[in-house]
Design a protein around this ligand. Structure first.
Ligand SMILES: NC(=O)c1ccc[n+]([C@@H]2O[C@H](COP(=O)([O-])OP(=O)(O)OC[C@H]3O[C@@H](n4cnc5c(N)ncnc54)[C@H](OP(=O)(O)O)[C@@H]3O)[C@@H](O)[C@H]2O)c1
Length: 272
């Protein structure tokens, strides 16, 4: 069963990495079911694909955390001929000390970054298996490899996505369905406007474009890689997380994470 063709479900296709994933998949001939809450952005993506002569982009304006959303996506994909790819990309962040966060917003973050991924995998992967092959591409993060003081809940959600993806990859071995966890470091997108409005952020020198990140993820999913980390600096960082003693890793990660979001020292409440 070919896996470089067939419908691709892409969540979070209205901006950033997801919009690029949708654009690049459609440009190479895969129809896309493009999901997000901002329907006008999806319509624009669809119109651009049409005028470029690319495969169809079908907009689906949907909050993936809504009750029944995953089954709705599965049914829409079935109506379009069945999915060959599931790209769980929709996500957001929360920058700032945990105790300064709005508890409801932090809970919503977990619902989006973790629960919706579980629900969509549970709804769609059985169809990929029944089809005899397919690709699951879960967008995790470099933040998955270590604790992330300064964006504690975000890092925890991405560790969840990485762990889930690796376990699924093993469980699906032999079915023709592969699962890839894409773990980028910083990428230039709207995520920081959404997850940290007004928080000044120092842009790291190794930040990559959404276009390069999406291309890297698609190539990795094509070859069925389980875990991929784009850019040399990010690869080295992920490797460091494996070899450093956990206590040293926590301290280092805290210093870097807090300084990136403009906190020069450990926040007041965390000093203890
Ligand atoms: N940018 C980075 O530095 C970076 C690094 C590592 C990993 N990532 C991961 O990359 C993924 C994409 O993020 P991005 O950087 O491209 O950010 P982005 O530009 O803010 O895109 C986030 C996407 O998620 C969608 N989304 C948010 N809440 C949603 C909901 N409830 N239902 C449906 N769609 C929803 C947004 O669409 P609507 O607002 O229209 O719903 C948007 O299309 C995320 O999982 C993120 O954690 C990003």
């Amino acid at each position: 069963m070919t896996t470089t063709s067939g419908l691709a479900i892409v969540t979070g296709a209205s901006s950033g990495i997801g919009a690029e994933l949708a654009r690049q998949l459609s440009a190479r001939g895969q129809p896309v079911l493009a999901i997000g809450r901002r329907g006008h952005r999806l319509e624009e993506l669809s119109a651009r694909a049409r005028s470029a002569g690319h495969a169809a982009v079908h907009p689906l304006e949907l909050d993936v955390t809504a009750e029944g959303a995953a089954l709705h996506v599965r049914d829409r994909a079935r109506a379009l001929g069945g999915a060959a790819w599931l790209v769980n990309n929709a996500g957001t962040t929360h920058l700032g000390p945990f105790l300064d966060g709005d508890p409801a917003a932090l809970t919503r973050l977990v619902r989006l970054n973790c629960e919706s991924v579980v629900a969509l995998c549970a709804a769609v992967v059985p169809d990929l298996v029944a089809r005899g092959g397919g690709r699951v591409l879960n967008v995790a993060s470099l933040a998955a490899f270590q604790p992330t003081p300064g964006h504690a809940v975000y890092g925890a959600t991405k560790a969840f996505v990485l762990s889930l993806s690796e376990s699924l990859a093993v469980e699906l071995d032999g079915t023709g369905v592969t699962v890839t966890a894409l773990c980028p470091g910083p990428v230039t997108t709207e995520i920081f406007d959404a997850g940290a409005p007004g928080v000044p952020r120092k842009k790291p020198s190794f930040e990559m474009s959404a276009e390069d990140c999406a291309a890297y993820g698609i190539a990795a999913a094509d070859r069925g890689a389980a875990v991929v980390v784009p850019t040399l600096v990010s690869k080295a960082t992920a490797q460091l997380s494996r070899v450093l003693p956990r206590a040293a890793l926590r301290r280092l990660s805290g210093r870097i994470g807090l300084s990136i979001i403009g906190y020069e020292s450990t926040p007041r409440r965390a000093r203890g």
